[in-house]
Write a protein that binds this ligand. Structure first.
Ligand code: CS2
Ligand code: MG
Length: 408
């Protein structure tokens, strides 16, 4: 069996999705996602210039050897660009394998450990009242878990994960604007003073059962993170996400000494090596890697198994930072993983997105129900794809009040 061709499509409704389609001489094709949010053209180029010319002619069933060939053959290993490109190939080859077997992908991992995967939605508000409204709307839709991000009074620009204007709150998705990054101002002291009270007010309003998650988004220093985690401990958060810049793995030791708040890290990681110390030292409770960013399904499965040895559960990063294809791949991992935790889920379901990525996966009452179609259970409409082009965009850049560059 041979790979006969592979194509990369960049673009999508309001997003520069990077979709890889691998064609074989068996008439079966596979889909992968290489959407490196905010730098999308780079994995696309890596695939087109260096990987696809070498991929064509190989047996698509040898996904491990193909991945190792590209990873070790690159010499300069890892990094988000290469691993998104490798990840797309790996995911597409798993899609082909499952289609050849006539099974949904989760059957090849070991079958179902649960009927569906609990997801969490993003609730956000430029002020506390708007946040409470946003949470209530998600609870109304059946979500059992919500991420809560609140604007901070007196902050020059709202805060991470919050729309500047109240009226934009309901549909705000943390994403990016034009190629010139928007400058956001961050004030740690205001955040440390205000956020615990806001989260307490949310907990008091919604009671003990609603799972509340909060994303600090890399903004605190280790001591500040320990102080914040200690202060919010009584609120009973489901998790505190990215309290400190994720690459400094030992920073979490300090937080762990001062608080039992559950910690979730990993969306910026692109290999098992990035998370090894955090997992082996049990400095986190949830690993947040994404199939697209961490080298594909095979690599993420290895991370899930390592995490399982250390009481760490999965909490995979969610679209729209990557595409419905990676969401589908994660849906199969979620339903199989013995140490599944929760899945991030921002409603992608615009009609345009559904038309571009037709899928059999469903969301019911805050549970993601995986497709039983052979393969990933998601398709890609090449005709629809012609409607979209790449549009350069960039994340905001964050500065402190005095101009110091900070962490987005
Ligand atoms: C965020 C991400 O969803 C989250 O937890 O941290 O959406 C992040 O802001 C984007 O992936 C950045 O591209
Ligand atoms: Mg996050």
């Amino acid at each position: 069996m041979k790979i006969t061709d592979a194509k990369v499509f960049v673009g999508g409704p309001g997003k520069n999705y990077v979709t890889l389609k691998i064609y074989t001489d068996a008439g079966v094709y596979g889909l992968g996602d290489a959407t490196l949010n905010n730098r999308e053209t780079l994995p696309a180029k890596y695939l087109e210039d260096y990987l696809i010319p070498v991929l064509v002619g190989r047996d698509p069933r040898n996904s491990e050897d193909i991945w190792q060939f590209f990873y070790r053959g690159a010499y300069f290993r890892r990094g988000p660009i290469a691993m998104a490109a490798f990840g797309a190939i790996d995911t597409a080859l798993w899609d082909i394998k499952a289609k050849l077997a006539g099974m949904p992908l989760y059957q090849l991992f070991g079958g179902k450990s649960r009927s569906g995967a609990m997801v969490y939605a993003h609730a956000t508000g430029a002020d506390l009242d708007t946040l409470v409204e946003s949470i209530a709307a998600h609870v109304e839709q059946g979500y059992k878990a919500v991420r809560v991000q609140c604007g901070i009074p007196g902050m020059p620009v709202s805060s991470y994960g919050v729309a500047d204007k109240r009226e934009d709150s309901k549909h705000y998705i943390t994403d990016f604007g034009g190629i010139q990054p928007k400058i956001e101002i961050w004030d740690t002291e205001r955040y440390l003073r205000y956020m615990p009270d806001a989260l307490t007010a949310v907990r008091e309003h919604f009671g003990p059962d609603l799972k509340l998650l909060h994303d600090v988004h890399h903004r605190l220093l280790p001591r500040e993170a320990a102080q914040f985690a200690k202060t919010v401990e009584p609120i009973g958060l489901y998790w505190l996400e990215d309290p400190t810049p994720a690459e400094d793995q030992s920073a979490l030791r300090y937080l762990r000494q001062h608080s039992t708040v559950p910690v979730a890290i990993g969306e910026v990681f692109n290999s098992v090596w990035d998370c090894k110390q955090l997992i082996e030292e049990e400095l986190i409770d949830f690993i947040r890697v994404a199939v697209t960013y961490a080298g594909g399904i095979t690599q993420v499965k290895r991370i899930v198994d390592l995490a399982g040895l250390h009481h760490v559960r999965t909490g995979f990063h969610g679209a729209p930072s990557h595409s419905p294809i990676s969401m589908a791949a994660q849906a199969h991992l979620n339903v199989w993983a013995p140490n599944f935790g929760i899945q991030e889920y921002l409603v992608l379901g615009t009609p345009e997105c559904d038309a571009l990525f037709p899928s059999d996966h469903t969301l019911e009452n805050g549970m993601f129900l995986v497709s039983d179609e052979p393969g990933l259970g998601v398709d890609f409409d090449e005709k629809q794809a012609q409607r979209y082009q790449y549009a350069a965009g960039s994340h905001p850049v964050v500065r402190l009040q005095d101009g110091t560059l900070w962490n987005y």
